[in-house]
Design a protein around this ligand. Structure first.
Ligand code: ATP
Length: 361
């Protein structure tokens, strides 16, 4: 591992901002820390950079413990949410700044600056001042400045959050390209799940200072380890169900029951459980069926359409089930109107089941 956080903890007075976080980032890997505002993301970045002295735990870079080292002794490059370019220095001087601080000789500095301005596709803006650059160009200069000293780790703290959406998506692609070309080990923190999922090799989902889930983005999305990950990554319908013992166990909602897939083990607790199912995994047919065609492994539930939201490339249909619970189903084609009786079908393989201790079944 190039970067290791081992049981990192930080308090601001009584506020426990980071609570026993352990993360490893391998060579060339991009790990994204994703979580809502206030979950401790920035504190983690600041601790790695050396701007915050953690209350507990260790930080290692290339195996060396740097927890007590000052920022300048750490080989770390950072890009923040807001521009930190020096306004009175040109693009070239800004990028050169970090090289001077690391005592790179002048002749070599020029060559390095040229190489990194080419990398971020800004060779022509060499003499420009930050005030003459667009928001996107400033981000690129900052990336060049952070990367030029060839740090052990690149830290990106909400690097795209201050930009408008179209620019954000374009620059996201640029970050992916630059990261792949340089092979720099990267820790990205963001609250934007699309950004995190599209860029990360591995994702760390944070909830209130703690790690709620860690793994490849697709794996966490399809098989969330906690209810928080299920609802924070993408959209999720939460339904209450009854879990009955068996191998595999069955879940029951509104008198309908279905076997969970092979391999599911009842958690420590049976009884009432929390089920999470994604809107894209809920299918819907108009009318009431007699249930005779039901397979054992599908939950068929009756309900009434309560709302239809046209969100452009799909419709979100809210159905009120006979149990009183509501769930959202996605439809690509024009959906039935409000008040229509429908049957929704859910495959237990698409349901994440959590027992009352929030343990995955
Ligand atoms: P955001 O995206 O809003 O910046 P974050 O996930 O980056 O949030 P942090 O900024 O690390 O979270 O903050 C974690 C918690 O610590 C929050 O509850 C915040 O209010 C608190 N906190 C952060 N900085 C300080 C500080 N300097 N003094 C006191 N409390 C702080």
């Amino acid at each position: 591992m190039i970067l290791e956080l081992d049981d990192l903890t930080h308090r601001y007075g009584d506020e426990l901002a980071v609570d026993g976080v352990s993360i490893g980032v391998g060579a060339g890997e991009l790990v994204a820390v994703l979580g809502p505002s206030g979950c401790g993301k920035t504190t983690i970045v600041q601790a790695v950079a050396g701007h915050v002295q953690p209350s507990g735990g260790r930080i290692r870079l290339r195996g060396a413990d740097v927890t007590d080292d000052p920022p300048e002794a750490r080989q770390v490059g950072i890009v923040f949410q807001h521009s930190t370019l020096f306004p009175h220095l040109t693009v070239e001087e800004n990028v050169e700044y970090g090289l001077k601080a690391r005592d790179v000789p002048p002749g070599h500095r020029e060559e390095v600056v040229t190489r990194f301005l080419e990398l971020v596709d800004l060779p022509e803006q060499r003499e420009a001042y930050p005030s003459e650059l667009s928001g996107g160009q400033k981000r690129r200069v900052e990336l060049a400045r952070a990367l030029a000293p060839e740090p052990d780790v690149l830290l990106l703290d909400e690097p795209l959050s201050a930009l408008d959406r179209s620019l954000r998506v374009g620059l996201r692609e640029e970050i992916a390209r630059i990261q792949a070309e340089t092979g720099v080990t990267t820790l990205l923190v963001t609250h934007d799940q699309e950004e995190a999922m599209s860029l990360a090799d591995r994702l760390v989902v944070m909830d209130d200072g703690r790690v709620a889930g860690i793994g490849p983005p697709r794996e966490l999305y399809e098989s969330p380890p906690t209810p928080f990950v299920a609802s924070f990554l993408g959209r999720s319908n939460a339904l209450s169900a009854t879990l009955a013992d068996g191998t595999p166990p069955t879940i029951e909602i509104g008198g309908e029951s279905a076997r969970l897939p092979e391999g599911c083990e009842p958690g420590t607790v049976t009884g009432t459980v929390d089920c999470h199912v994604r809107p894209e995994d809920v299918t819907m047919t108009v009318g009431v069926t007699d249930g005779s065609g039901d397979e054992d492994d599908v939950l068929s539930l009756q309900g009434v359409v309560r709302r239809v939201a046209d969100v452009g490339r799909r419709y979100d249909v809210t159905v009120e089930l006979e149990t009183g619970a509501e769930l959202v189903a996605e439809r690509a084609a024009r959906p039935p109107e409000r008040g229509t009786r429908v049957e929704v079908r859910i495959r237990p393989a698409d349901v994440a089941v959590f027992d009352s201790e929030n343990e995955r079944v």
